[in-house]
Design a protein. Structure first.
Length: 360
């Protein structure tokens, strides 16, 4: 007599075999799925950088073919002069009641966005670098946010619709930057309800303790794009290249600022396919290698001056530091990670030769 096992189901051994096979398949496929998702985020991040390149072209077309910088001062009173600087020069501060920018108006005006913070450093080395991308203290030595950090306050007009916080759109956020979406929501909620003595509906000053906790963008605008390239260039002196940079640079002081801050012509960019304009600041796509863009292995999408964009590993792809050829990073960065002191080349952010030089 034949035994019908159809209604008896699987045996325990059969179930264990099936479970083992499924577990094995999952262990094989999950890393591949994770890699594919990461690559998709990197691709979207590169697309953001591509749009930044288009935004730079739009800005140039509307501003006499010049590189992105803060708007010119329109000061006509002593109070405005103290905040904005000499009328007709690049403003020392922007995004305030004297000089609204893309709908951003920060009060008081004396606490609005700076064009550039101090660049004082010695021996071509930056120490105590704070790599935050917050509205408040950032850059190094806690000197405050500037156009390098909050560049989108100016560039938004040439890239997106809307004004003020409505300009905080995904093109300024890396798809791997989960914190930024939450911080933008906190900012908008804080403006709607009022915070730290700021009336509801008004933007808190960037240097308030509340604002200083919030990120403003995933990306950074290269400092040298808004400076006179001579500040970071070298000359041949007795067969040795010597820097022209002076140690007393302090752009918050109007008598110093306009020795260095300059509205650069696009035509002065000598290597548009190798000069970076914007780059991802944190190692968001592969945080397992570290935190910052300059750490070995960090995957960093960049926008280039020819309007293209690409994914790079700065430590590998960045130009070799050459004073005479105007290439590579101007500064090395003294970095402490997990209690260990590290000296890394600071590619992209501040480069030898400024817009005359190259990053790749």
């Amino acid at each position: 007599m034949k035994t019908n096992r159809r209604g008896q189901g699987f045996t325990l051994v059969e179930l264990l075999v099936v479970i083992t096979i499924i577990t094995l398949l999952i262990s094989i496929l999950l890393p591949a799925v994770g890699t594919a998702r990461r690559q998709a985020r990197i691709s979207r991040c590169v697309a953001n950088m591509k749009q930044h390149g288009q935004g730079m072209a739009n800005y140039a077309a509307a501003n006499k073919d010049t590189v992105l910088n803060a708007p010119d001062s329109n000061a006509s009173t002593p109070q405005q002069l103290a905040v904005l600087g000499q009328r007709g020069n690049i403003a020392i501060r922007f995004g305030n009641s004297f000089l609204p920018t893309s709908g951003w108006i920060v009060n008081p005006a004396s606490q609005s966005f700076r064009t550039l913070v101090s660049m004082v450093s010695g021996d071509n080395q930056l120490q105590d670098l704070n790599t935050s991308q917050t509205w408040g203290p950032s850059g190094f030595n806690g000197s405050g946010s500037d156009l390098s950090t909050a560049y989108h306050v100016v560039l938004a007009e040439y890239m997106v619709e809307g004004e003020s916080t409505a300009t905080l759109q995904d093109v300024f956020r890396s798809p791997s930057d989960r914190q930024l979406a939450d911080d933008w929501k906190r900012l908008k909620d804080g403006i709607r309800t009022g915070s730290e003595g700021t009336p509801a509906g008004e933007i808190p000053k960037p240097y308030s303790s509340w604002m200083s906790e919030l990120k403003c963008s995933s990306y950074r605008y290269c400092v040298t794009s808004m400076m006179n390239p001579k500040a970071f260039s070298y000359i041949d002196d007795n067969a040795a290249c010597q820097t022209r940079m002076t140690p007393d640079f302090n752009p918050v002081n109007p008598t110093q600022a306009f020795k260095y801050i300059r509205r650069n012509p696009m035509a002065d960019v000598r290597h548009p396919t190798k000069k970076v304009s914007h780059f991802l600041w944190d190692a968001l796509h592969n945080p397992e290698v570290g935190k910052a863009w300059f750490e070995a292995g960090s995957i960093i999408p960049v926008a280039l001056f020819d309007g293209s964009a690409k994914s790079t590993i700065p430590y590998r792809d960045g130009a070799t530091r050459s004073q005479c050829e105007l290439s590579g990073p101007f500064y090395n960065i003294y970095w402490v990670a997990e209690g260990q002191a590290i000296l890394q080349p600071g590619h992209y952010w501040i480069n030898i030769g400024g817009i005359w030089g190259r990053d790749l």
